[in-house]
Design a protein around this ligand. Structure first.
Ligand code: 5GP
Length: 363
């Protein structure tokens, strides 16, 4: 576990509210139980369950969203989630979240994203870089006196998610918001939400507009069997897809020839029984085929995992050694939606040294 923990890692598929700390989830639940807003007997079994089906996972998200509807909580969770990723040596994080409107607390999609940005700014325990081009490579590499304690640095970029329950208009609002927030590190759009709900074609105008405006697009694809949707999503040629669990032979052929990178979420897929067992997980086949892959957590809070554990899980399950795991992590840099300057910077460092280069020594 030690080398998986210490190795620099790149996380490209993490949902903000799914990455909530257990302790925060319980604290917020108790707060609302105390106020009589929710009945603990109705939610206890959802919170405490270990293996949740896809439907139960989305029930838990409904509960989490009841708990996290105000700006302060969104800010707090953002801060905690980033601190947690930084603490396990994630050097680059693409964090995704669905901008939400909640009239009862005066929250608009815009003010939701502002609360996320406030969370990014409020972190003091690690250095957070979230505004593209805010630093040139020179200042990153300039060596600070090698005394005192080491401060970790994490590069964070944001993706705004469209939830499959939303209308086409709400999706378009999210894309326009992403464009507005681009100067603050929003780099792309994700389509997620319960895969059994809605029709992805509803969001095509918004997704096409995002692409025209040079926002990156990633789609949750093939979480449930839906041959037509999977084919249409692959035809759309997003820059990445997430999960890719229920692809059929012709889809695998199309995916492999397209070289669209796949965000792999092992624990999530196993816990939700989307994939029967780790032995038959498509990671093995895609890895052998040298298909672009990136290991991700999906929802570290909901699935009680971490990126370190995902790396360990992959290494143990597929017999991969340190060198292969380092390579897997380094290759992930190629699939980020980061500005080219940052990508070049990351590429220019011998990968095992990346962590120490990114960290800053403080006097
Ligand atoms: P949020 O966007 O509120 O920060 O993060 C939670 C949301 O992300 C969920 O309500 C859901 O829309 C989306 N999400 C999280 N995990 C998954 C997943 O495994 N599959 C899909 N399709 N959506 C997910």
């Amino acid at each position: 576990m030690e080398w998986c923990l210490s190795m620099p890692k790149v996380e490209l598929h993490a949902h903000l509210n799914g990455s909530i700390r257990d302790s925060t989830l319980l604290e917020l639940t108790e707060g609302l139980v105390g106020k009589g807003v929710i009945d603990i007997s109705e939610v206890e079994h959802i919170i405490k369950k270990y293996n949740r089906s896809v439907a139960e996972v989305f029930k838990l998200f409904d509960l989490i969203h009841i708990l996290t509807t105000d700006h302060e909580t969104v800010t707090r969770i953002t801060r905690e989630v980033i601190e947690d990723f930084a603490s396990e040596n994630v050097v680059y994080l693409e964090l995704r979240t669905t901008p939400k409107r909640n009239d009862s607390v005066g929250m608009s999609k815009r003010s939701y994203v502002e609360a996320v940005l406030k969370g990014l700014r409020s972190i003091t325990s690690v250095d957070v870089d979230f505004i593209p081009h805010c630093e040139d490579s020179k200042s990153l590499f300039s060596s600070v006196p090698a005394i005192g304690h080491v401060r970790k640095r994490i590069y964070v970029r944001l993706l705004l998610s469209i939830d499959r329950r939303e209308t086409a208009e709400a999706a378009m609002e999210t894309v326009k918001l992403a464009l507005e927030m681009r100067p603050f590190g929003v780099v792309g759009i994700d389509l997620s939400g319960n895969p059994s709900i809605g029709d992805w074609a509803t969001y095509l105008p918004a997704l096409k507009f995002a692409r025209e405006q040079r926002l990156y697009v990633t789609l949750h694809c093939g979480e449930v069997p839906n041959s037509v949707e999977i084919k249409n999503m692959l035809d759309f040629r997003p820059q990445r897809i997430g999960h890719a669990c229920h692809l059929e032979d012709e889809h695998w052929r199309q995916l492999k020839s397209s070289k669209i990178p796949v965000e792999i979420c092992l624990t999530s897929n196993i816990r939700t029984l989307t994939i029967r067992s780790i032995e038959v997980h498509h990671f093995g086949d895609l890895y052998k085929a040298k298909h672009p892959l990136v290991l991700c957590t999906d929802d570290s809070g909901v699935f009680s995992t971490s990126l370190t554990e995902e790396y360990k899980f992959a290494a143990d399950s597929f017999g991969l050694g340190r060198r292969e795991m380092f390579e897997l992590s380094r290759n992930a840099i190629e699939y980020t939606f980061a500005d080219s300057k940052l990508a070049i910077l990351f590429r220019s460092v011998p990968y095992p040294r990346l962590k120490s280069v990114v960290e800053k020594k403080k006097e």
